[in-house]
Each structure stands twice: as structure tokens, then as C-alpha cells.
Design a protein around this ligand. Structure first.
Ligand SMILES: [Zn+2]
Length: 201
């Protein structure tokens, strides 16, 4: 990709106004249901993507959300890790349909959290360098995104949701699952991000 192409953000999409949806939590069966290929041009898919972005935006600290997390079995998700301290390469908001990993390398363990598993975090080994391809909602155009570090892991976490998997399915054992610390003590004001804990996605 040339720098001028990068400037136009080929992965950016225009979406209709999204509606905030309720986030489904484990053990809801929808979270364990893998999705088939999803039609990116279907208006329902486009609206779903808009709703995912709207729901992610209103959820404190949330860096990604997949269709299954709002109760829909589809291969669609959004990710935006902008501003996260563990992120290196940044692509801003990504909304992808039928995303798949093209290349993956450099496995690293990291702590993960999930909106659908509100009480626990887990140590998960994932590739810290990936190339992912997926279709844009609406046009169906294929885009390829190469990234690393936290953004790479967030993409894999969301692709797992679309395949009916949670981070709990990827931990090495019970020792790798941790009770989430409370976000706020009684009477404490919000500080914007859960302290020292994994970001929900
Ligand atoms: Zn999740």
C-alpha cells in the first residue's frame, strides 16, 4: 500500500445511524454459534454493523464488538483500539464482514476481557502480527489489513466471536482465568478505564 492510499483509509465505511443494542453474556447459546458467510451488501448486515459501532461507542473502554454479542449469528464485527496503551499500529475504526486471517505470527500471551464475559479476564496466547482480509459492509469490497500488538489481538478476538468462540475457549486452564476486579469501588468516580485490567471487547 502506498502512503497516498493509506491516507484515504480504504477500510473506512459510511454507515447509517446505529442503534445501541443489548450485549449478550455467556452462557447464551448465540455466543457459541459459529456464523456462515454473511452477505455484506444486505441492508440488515449494514444496519447490524452500524449498531455494533453504536454499541461499542457507548460501552466504556470497549475496543471491539461482534455480531454474536448483540444476539445475531453473522460474520461481522467492529474494532477500534485508538488510544489504547498496548496498541502500536492503529487503523482507527474497522468494520469487517467475513473477515479471515491471511497470515499470523509471533504468538504472545496477553490478558483479555470481553463484554460478554463480564466477571472474568483470561491469559490468551494469540499472534501479535496478523494480516486480515475482510469485506466492507455495503460495498462488499475486500480489504486487507496488516497490524500488530493489541490491534492484532483485538481482531482475532472478534473473529473468534464470529466463529462461536470466547476467550475462555482459548485459555490454557483454570489458572489462566481471573476474576475481574470491580470497575469502581463504592462512591468512586469513573476514571475512564478499568484499572490494570483487560479491556472489554
Ligand atoms: Zn469479546
Amino acid at each position: 500500500m502506498t502512503s497516498s492510499e493509506a491516507m484515504t483509509h480504504p477500510w473506512s465505511v459510511e454507515l447509517p445511524e446505529g442503534v445501541v443494542r443489548e450485549v449478550v453474556t455467556a452462557p447464551d447459546a448465540v455466543l457459541a454459534t459459529p456464523a456462515e458467510l454473511t452477505d455484506p451488501a444486505d441492508p440488515a448486515t449494514v444496519q447490524l454493523c452500524a449498531d455494533l459501532v453504536a454499541t461499542m461507542r457507548v460501552s466504556p473502554g470497549c475496543v471491539g464488538l461482534a455480531a454474536q454479542q448483540v444476539g445475531v449469528v453473522a460474520r461481522a464485527f467492529c474494532v477500534d483500539v485508538t488510544g489504547h496503551p498496548k496498541a502500536r499500529t492503529l487503523h482507527g475504526l474497522m468494520v469487517l464482514v467475513n473477515a479471515e486471517v491471511v497470515t499470523a505470527s509471533r504468538n504472545e500471551k496477553g490478558r483479555e476481557g470481553c463484554m460478554s464475559v463480564p466477571d472474568f479476564t483470561g491469559d490468551v496466547k494469540r499472534a501479535s502480527r496478523v494480516t486480515v482480509r475482510g469485506q466492507l459492509p455495503g460495498s462488499g469490497e475486500w480489504v486487507e489489513i496488516a497490524t500488530d500488538a493489541f490491534e492484532a489481538k483485538a481482531l482475532q478476538h472478534e473473529m473468534d466471536h464470529c466463529a462461536g468462540k470466547l476467550f475462555l475457549d482459548r485459555v490454557a486452564g483454570a489458572h489462566a482465568i481471573h476474576e475481574r476486579k470491580v470497575y469502581l469501588e463504592a462512591g468512586e468516580l469513573p476514571t475512564g478505564r478499568p484499572r490494570g485490567e483487560a479491556t472489554p471487547q
